[in-house]
Design a protein around this ligand. Structure first.
Ligand code: SF4
Length: 605
């Protein structure tokens, strides 16, 4: 056993108090040090935290930012999201491959570079984009990709790639990123000016029950998409007997096409942390966790500094604003690359140092969440709204939006439009107006709510953005007339297949079956009966999958079959002889031929 691996891994474990619940942090630190969590490291970690090695292996294999095999010192993760593909992903990939002399998933022989694909990194407004270690590069072009490789060969430091910083806090000395905020329309709630302490001061002047009542009076609903009433969630959590409660802020926006939380965390972290503190006071929690997705690791040092400053100012820690008995602090928990962790119980698993597997419900997190403690998981945007409700009162808050959907909504808009970016709109705004705002003149379809949402057709553009019509977590991707929507559906299914945690059969198998069936239709081998088959599989997944991922993974198929049936029907046809054209005998026996080492003989029709 090499001394360096041993001493380093054991030091990392010690720094995390050999705590099993910090396994994600330990694995991330080991990965950063050695480019993988290899055999030796796995044994050492297992021994130090007192768990079987298979649990460490299982965790490492779950997260896409961890690896059991050695990766290069520089890992280029090229985002292969639908929007990135629309604006040149293939050509950029080709340039990286040529320049590095390796394909996707490979490492250069000198061990310096690894090239990988990755799901949405929250940069659809400035695609194609990639992460180079933790550094974001945006608006990539083939020539730019070649320059990046040449530069990295010269100095080997991804941090030096960023010289022309983005706007606002992207240029902060603790961020130093080329990312641009692209805030196209700031609104009166989220983007209103904030006094760092006012909302907390007002909350502390009330009782916790009064704070919850104010949030209920404001009719504040969760902004993650499902729209569960925030006040009710807090009430349930507060009412759970245990007084060791927890607030978790879900900053794991992984829905392809979403990037609004990135902007909030960059420009308005005080609004988020104030919301978490108020939530803690309301439900009776002393501990808060900000779960930050691995893709936003470049914001971590900045966010840590904001938290520290709030401690110094008496806005976090013991006796907040001098009120004895009101204690609340926040730590940041990094994710490690898993879309399913956006689901609240999977996110809790990840915070506990486990694979991000969703948990069975009941018990609900409000009853038994993080480490068995009553937990309120709230979205970044929801917590911003909480701060606003406290600042101005529920009546003023309710002046925005509609009776059933009070307030405003942040939209992340990308795709075929002239002005991609973040828009704060009043709930109730017609989709048509949103398209006008972002300059999407010839939209033929809009994916509202990301792949798990719905593909909306032009005859529905008068529908309104709100909980009782077009509900959305915020992602909005515009497709122009030259886009092949069936290709888009196929890419979304590929994404869900990749991201399924594999726990339950309908989702694990269903995502593969759907992707294969749509692929077959794209290749011109589809039959009319395939459309029924697609509907059946997606329907079964919806009603029998364990968590939201599997329940919504069939939505790209269901919503396009309902509204764009022509894209399927124009490509399927029945064989006049009644044969199953879809069955390709040569392809079916290929694997067997490889194993047997000889070609089979069969008659073709
Ligand atoms: Fe995992 Fe999919 Fe089942 Fe959710 S639905 S638990 S992601 S396999």
């Amino acid at each position: 056993m090499t001394t360096r691996v041993q001493s380093t891994v054991l030091r990392i474990c010690r720094e995390h108090k050999n705590d099993r619940t910090r396994l994600v942090d330990i694995a991330r630190a080991v990965q950063a040090e050695f480019g993988c969590v290899g055999e030796e490291a796995t044994d050492l970690i297992a021994g130090a935290v007192g768990i079987p090695r298979v649990e460490v292996e299982s965790l490492v294999s779950f997260y896409s930012f961890l690896s059991t095999e050695p990766e290069g010192g520089i890992v280029i993760r090229l985002c292969d999201d639908v929007v990135d593909r629309m604006v040149g992903y293939d050509r950029v990939l080709e340039a990286f491959e040529e320049e590095l002399g390796i394909g996707l998933g490979e490492t250069t022989p000198d061990g310096k570079f690894t090239l990988k694909r990755t799901a949405c990194i929250g940069m659809c407004d400035q695609a194609p984009a990639a992460l180079i270690n933790d550094v974001v590069v945006r608006k990539l072009r083939p020539g730019f990709a070649r320059e990046i490789v040449a530069e990295l060969r010269e100095h080997g430091d991804p941090g030096e790639l960023a010289t022309d910083f983005g706007d606002g806090n992207n240029a902060h000395k603790l961020v130093r990123s080329v990312v641009h905020n692209n805030v196209r329309q700031p609104g009166p709630v989220i983007f209103s000016p904030i006094n760092r302490s006012e909302a907390i001061r007002k909350a502390l002047a009330m009782s916790p029950a009064e704070v919850i009542r104010a949030v209920k009076t404001a009719r504040l609903r969760g902004r993650g998409g499902a729209g569960f009433p925030c006040g009710m969630k807090w009430e349930f959590t507060r009412a759970s007997g245990d007084d060791d409660k927890v607030v978790i802020c879900n900053a794991d926006e992984g829905e392809p096409g979403t990037f609004k939380d990135r902007v909030i965390l960059t420009e308005l972290p005080d609004r988020v942390f104030a919301g978490m503190t108020i939530a803690g006071y309301a439900i009776g929690a002393r501990e808060g966790i900000l779960y930050l997705r691995a893709e936003y690791a470049y914001l971590r040092r900045f966010l840590e500094a904001v938290i520290e400053r709030r401690r110094e100012d008496g806005l976090l820690g013991a006796s907040i604003l001098g009120k004895v008995g009101v204690d609340f602090d926040i730590r940041i928990q990094m994710g490690a690359g898993a879309y399913v962790c956006g689901e609240e119980t999977a996110l809790i698993s990840s915070c506990e140092g486990l694979r991000g597997d969703p948990k069975n419900r009941p018990p609900f997190p409000a009853q038994r969440g993080y480490l068995g403690r009553p937990t309120s998981v709230n979205n970044v945007e929801t917590l911003c709204c909480v701060t606003k409700v406290m600042e101005e009162g529920p009546a003023s808050y309710c002046e925005h939006g509609t009776p059933a959907s009070s307030g405003t909504k942040l939209l992340s808009i990308s795709g075929d439009c002239h002005r991609p970016g973040v828009y704060e709109v009043e709930f109730g705004i017609p989709l048509r107006d949103v398209l006008e705002l972002c300059g999407a003149e010839d939209a033929v379809a809009v994916q509202v709510g990301g792949p798990s949402g719905q593909m909306v057709a032009p005859d529905e553009f008068d529908r309104r953005i709100c909980f009782d019509d077009l509900a959305t977590g915020g992602a909005m991707i515009v497709f122009g007339p030259e886009r092949d929507l069936l290709e888009v559906v196929h890419q979304y299914l590929d994404f869900f297949e990749d991201e399924s945690c594999g726990y339950c059969t309908p989702c694990r198998v269903g995502t593969v079956l759907l992707r294969r069936c749509v692929g077959k239709i794209l290749e011109g081998r589809g039959e009319p009966s395939d459309l029924d088959q697609l509907e059946r599989i997606a329907g079964t997944m919806k009603s029998t999958s364990r968590c939201g991922l599997g329940q919504t993974a069939g939505n790209p198929v269901l919503s396009t079959l309902e509204r764009f049936r022509g894209i399927y029907e124009s490509r399927v046809k029945a064989d006049p002889e009644g044969l199953r054209r879809a069955f390709d005998l040569s392809a079916a026996v290929k694997t067997a031929e490889g194993i047997a080492g000889r070609e089979s003989v069969h008659a073709e029709h």
